[in-house]
Ligand binder design. Structure first.
Ligand SMILES: *Cc1c(COP(=O)(O)O)cnc(C)c1O
Length: 429
């Protein structure tokens, strides 16, 4: 597909162009395996000498077409689907960092990502330094070590709704010879394309807006094809020296700057960990992507309307919504997210934890769910659920207090959502 089509057109049509007489909709290739005439033919696939499918744990045509759409949306050169956003974030880092290495990350992260980094990957002897998303250039610089292999952050953070200064974080990462990985789940490529601001790798939980209807759990990793691994070969031996498990292939040589990272992630990590997207799920994800541009507009409109309403309410102690004109991120939003931010608003209720509980259980349209970024409005109390593994200090560092509510505006009428909030606030004394 032409690179210069508008994002709306890419949402609908990128990734799959049927030939004469072929299905108009992406076919679901519900097959674990693929047939070959000779073992030699298949051997070439195993050696990465030829392109093709042989086992769905590594690659499947349905999933690849949907990955190609997300790749086009982000403006990358290669992409892969994963079975979840967690798998995408794990692979994105583990593809270039091993035991003994170090990563610089924003402290305002999705709870699952924070746990993955601070607990599980720490047990793999990969060390993380967490910095606030508002860290200065000097603070960022000081966090780097000789063994730092990557920098990680979220465009709009879940659930604290901070906005990362991607150009600054990218610049500092590049000065230290490492890539910037950005989880772009909340903004989606409709509202922000991190590669245009210097990021090197983008990840997604496609479970959220991309799917948008709460039908599948999935993830995606996209490579910008811009990070020169060979220029920093000493830091990235996995990409720049022969892989003995693939007959001595050197990914950065054989697949070049545009293909090395995703090929290695597919060939090694998917082969060994098997966090594969199911073809049926890839199909459902694509149905969501076809309307992503239409839905994001409405999610953002509703987010703004709800944020503005809450802002003027005397029972509300604070409102985080980066789209508000008086947000501390207004300048950054104008630059990186000019068309909108997201439909998620987080806010504190006067009266703390108890008031938050009273409010939430009296909502009628907004359901209490772990989910977020869905067609149906939902809400969550992070301190009690997704972030309950954090202590008070960690909660503060992640921008979450005991009274914080994450409210994910769906696609209903803004007026009805506001009326629902209003009646539930009546119960808060
Ligand atoms: C939900 C989420 C994840 C994890 O994705 P799953 O699909 O639930 O595994 C990662 N990052 C962000 C920003 C998320 O919102």
């Amino acid at each position: 597909m032409k690179k210069d089509f508008n994002i709306e057109t890419k949402c609908v049509q990128a990734g799959y162009t049927p030939e004469n007489g072929e299905p108009r909709q992406i076919p679901i290739i519900q097959s674990t395996t693929f047939k070959y005439a000779t073992s030699e033919d298949m051997g070439k696939l195993f050696d990465l000498e030829a392109e093709g499918y042989f086992y769905t744990r590594l690659q499947n045509p349905t999933s690849d077409r949907v990955a190609a759409k997300i790749c086009a949306l982000e403006g990358g050169t290669a992409a892969m689907l994963t079975s979840s956003g967690q798998a995408a974030n794990f692979f994105s880092v583990f593809n270039i960092a091993s035991a003994g290495d170090h990563v610089v990350a924003s402290s305002a992260l999705y709870g699952g990502t924070y746990n993955l980094f601070a607990v599980t990957m720490k047990r793999m002897n990969i060390d993380f330094t967490f910095l606030p998303p508002t860290a200065t250039r000097e603070e960022l610089n000081e966090a780097f070590r000789d063994n730092t292999k990557a920098v990680f952050g979220e465009t709009i953070t879940n659930p604290s709704l901070d906005v990362l200064d991607i150009p600054l974080w990218a610049e500092v990462a590049h000065e230290h010879g490492v890539p910037l990985i950005i989880d772009n789940t909340f903004a989606t490529p409709v509202n922000c394309r991190p590669f245009e601001w210097g990021a090197d790798i983008v990840t997604h939980s496609t479970t959220k807006y991309m799917d948008g209807h709460g039908t599948q759990v999935g993830g995606c990793i996209v490579d910008s094809g811009k990070f020169d691994w060979m220029a920093h070969a000493d830091k990235f031996p996995g990409l720049c020296t022969p892989d003995e498990s693939y007959h001595g292939i050197t990914y950065a040589e054989k697949f070049g700057i545009e293909g090395a990272y995703i090929t290695k992630a597919t060939a090694q990590l998917m082969r060994d960990f098997g966090a594969t997207a199911a073809p049926q799920n890839a199909f459902l994800l694509n149905m969501g992507l076809e309307s992503l541009h239409v839905r994001m507009k409405k999610h953002c409109e509703n987010g703004m309307a709800v944020a503005e309403y809450l802002k003027g309410h005397d029972k509300i102690s604070r409102v985080n919504y980066p789209g508000l004109p008086d947000s501390k991120y207004a300048e950054l939003v104008k630059k990186m997210l000019p068309n909108g931010t997201c439909g998620v608003v987080s806010f504190g209720i006067r009266g703390g934890r108890e008031a938050a509980e009273t409010f939430m259980k009296n909502l009628k349209l907004a359901a209490i769910e772990t989910h977020v970024a869905d067609a149906r409005t939902c809400c969550l109390h992070p301190a009690n659920t997704t972030h309950r593994q954090m202590n008070e200090a960690e909660l503060e560092a992640a921008g979450i207090g005991p009274d914080l509510i994450r409210f994910s505006c769906g696609l209903e009428a803004a007026e009805d959502l506001i009326a629902d909030i209003e009646q539930a606030l009546e119960y808060v004394k």
